[in-house]
Design a protein around this ligand. Structure first.
Ligand code: ADP
Ligand code: MG
Length: 355
């Protein structure tokens, strides 16, 4: 492997290690045994613009390995369909032709977009997968090293709006009402992929498992040998520069069957004039969202956790917390921006935090 490529991979690996959430094993669990079960850890694999890791717990290692293979096949399929940056993905076809004609898409893409619209309505438009033109604008602003002008923001905003998506449920096709619209599933696709990967593992006979894509995690059933529960560390945004995650996590979540996602500006952001701007944009103002340092959502499905963490990151802390508080089975832990880094959470979140 040439030297530059090796260095690039090492840098990506460091970024992966620094994801906001990570599977956490400590020596104190080591006494717990699990008879008649083996666990296999895939290690990190580069996929969906980040790294993914799958752990499968099964009666034998052959079953566990097959479950890992099946879950990666699902993740790669979602990447193939929904990758914003690859010209041969279904999403790119939609973004090219969506205004000219109704584009027929796979069941997976259709359902993900349908679900996105549900979260747009629920969050009063804070979550909106039609933010593509704004995301593009902020990326070119980074290249030019100057923030977008009001006119540019206005121009991009005129092409944003989930209400401009025209869905045909019979055909499973999508059309754009406005020219120049673009769908970016970056705030929800990883969650969808995790749920599909978990389904594949359960179908394949795993009695437990964990799927982690870029620090978004879902776990189910038996944890690996030596542990009595799945423990997920939440990185402290105040020490987020610690790329190796060597410092103490802010807290550890104890989960059985649950998904957890964190949105924050830790590791994905654009830098313009030395200032960091979150990669999450407020569809209404067009500006990058700076309301919260991080938002962690815990709930049964990864797609919901993914979309809701992005949604709440755009909303004010009061409105975001109120939204999650009224959703049964969903909990949130919010960290306010620097320098306070104050932790606020829904009433039911405490039961998941290790004390
Ligand atoms: P991460 O990719 O770090 O897991 P998120 O799940 O919060 O973070 O997703 C952020 C991505 O979602 C952005 O990179 C962009 O592609 C997309 N996005 C940005 N703003 C919004 C928004 N308001 N609604 C929906 N998607 C968004
Ligand atoms: Mg998200």
């Amino acid at each position: 492997m040439d030297r530059n490529r090796r260095i690039a991979i090492e840098i990506i690996a460091l970024v992966f290690l620094a994801t906001a959430l990570y599977f956490f094993v400590s020596a104190k669990d080591k006494s717990v045994g699990s008879i008649g079960r083996v666990d296999v850890d895939s290690g990190m694999h580069e996929v969906m613009g980040t790294f993914a890791r799958v752990v499968a717990v099964a009666a034998d290692s052959n079953t566990a390995k097959k479950c890992i293979e099946a879950s990666f096949a699902e993740i790669k399929n979602v990447e193939k369909l929904m990758n914003y940056h690859k010209s041969d993905s279904e999403i790119s076809e939609l973004n090219r032709d969506g205004f000219k004609r109704a584009v027929k898409v796979s069941k997976s893409t259709y359902e993900t977009i349908e679900k996105s619209i549900k979260f747009s309505k629920l969050s009063g438009g804070a979550f909106d997968v039609t933010v593509g033109p704004l995301v593009d604008l902020w990326h070119s602003a980074e290249e030019e090293n100057s923030t977008p002008t009001d006119a540019e923001l206005q121009q991009a905003r005129s092409k944003v709006g989930y209400d401009k998506l025209i869905l045909d449920g019979n055909e499973e096709s999508i059309r754009f009402a406005t020219e120049g619209m673009k769908v970016d599933l970056g705030g929800i696709a990883k969650g969808y992929a995790i749920d599909e990967a978990v389904k594949a593992m359960q179908k394949g006979g795993a009695v437990g498992g964990m799927v982690d894509i870029g620090g978004e995690i879902r776990c189910f059933g038996s944890p690996p040998a030596g542990q009595n529960i799945w423990r997920i560390g939440l990185q402290d945004p105040a020490v987020a520069k610690d790329v190796m995650n060597t410092s103490k996590p802010l807290l550890i979540l104890r989960l059985t069957d649950a998904a957890v996602a964190t949105s924050g500006d830790y590791h994905r952001f654009v830098t313009i004039g030395g200032k960091r701007y979150s990669h999450i944009v407020d569809p209404e103002s067009g500006h990058s969202s700076e309301n919260l340092a991080s938002v962690t959502i815990i709930c049964p499905s990864a797609i919901d956790a993914d979309a809701l963490s992005t949604a709440v990151a755009v909303m004010s802390k009061e409105k975001g917390l109120a939204l999650i508080e009224q959703m049964p089975g969903v909990e949130a832990i919010l960290i306010t921006p620097a320098p306070e880094f104050k932790q606020i959470q829904t009433a039911g979140a405490e039961k998941f935090i290790e004390r």
